[in-house]
Write a protein that binds this ligand. Sequence first.
Ligand SMILES: Nc1ncnc2c1ncn2[C@@H]1O[C@H](COP(=O)(O)OP(=O)(O)OP(=O)(O)O)[C@@H](O)[C@H]1O
Ligand SMILES: [Mg+2]
Length: 270
Amino acid sequence: MSNGIGLHEPKIISVVNQKGGVGKTTTTINIGAALAAQGMNVLLVDLDPQGNASTGLGFPASVRGKTTYDLLLDEAPIEEVVHDTEFEGLFLAPATTDLSSADMELVSNEKRTFLLRDSLRQPAMEKFEFDFVLIDCPPSLNMLTINAMVASHSILVPLQTEFYALEGLSQLMLTVREVREAANRDLRFEGVVLTMYDGRNNLARQVEADARDNLGDMVFETRIPRNVRISEAPSFAMPVLSYDPSSTGAVAYSALAKEILIKNNIMAEA
Ligand SMILES: Nc1ncnc2c1ncn2[C@@H]1O[C@H](COP(=O)(O)OP(=O)(O)OP(=O)(O)O)[C@@H](O)[C@H]1O
Ligand SMILES: [Mg+2]
């Protein structure tokens, strides 16, 4: 299947927001699963030293083996870092706390903003035939996040529907502009997704209106509702799609994945 980028060349999307706890990891895991459920081959790259995406997919630190640290700093072959998950079509490159020292090591050399880009474009990637690579970024605009942006075709920004949601966006936009100027001219916005949305809450509705006024059609139509099944799923090492497929959270992430497939001309509009 073509993803609009090229034959066996995956579309690479970074999930970014320097604000903590806005739903980056949850969104990366569940879009990954929802895309895989649509027949896509998806690699989730955990680029956060917290390793939440790795834990959430059933990889506690003890079984992670080679990680994204090895990929970035020891030129580990991609096939040693990619693990099969329980969810068909979804693969994981895990992270451990080592990665926080990688951030420091990366600062010392400007060329090192290209490390992830180069590792994700190594010839051995081809045989996996990934359609999408999703990168879960840490809550910071640090060198790891810069590496992710340099490696990516686009960024996807989860926005928690609460007061201050839009505050950090100008800083994020500034960083995107700098990355475009210095290293990745073609970096695009995949879109902004509203997370933990509670429609009964006036403030959430106001934040949504502000986001849509300011960002227009960059904001995905699908909102991710606040849903307890979403927050329970990682403790069962599952995406919400397998933990509770009929939950509002699973339905929303499936709809979001469809929007992404349509935006990328992989699926026709219904
Ligand atoms: N739609 C949702 N409904 C209910 N809980 C949610 C939802 N999305 C995320 N959460 C919960 O909110 C918390 C933060 O989510 P998550 O870890 O995905 O954010 P994050 O941006 O990756 O955080 P960090 O910045 O620390 O990496 C988690 O406990 C998660 O289970
Ligand atoms: Mg996270």
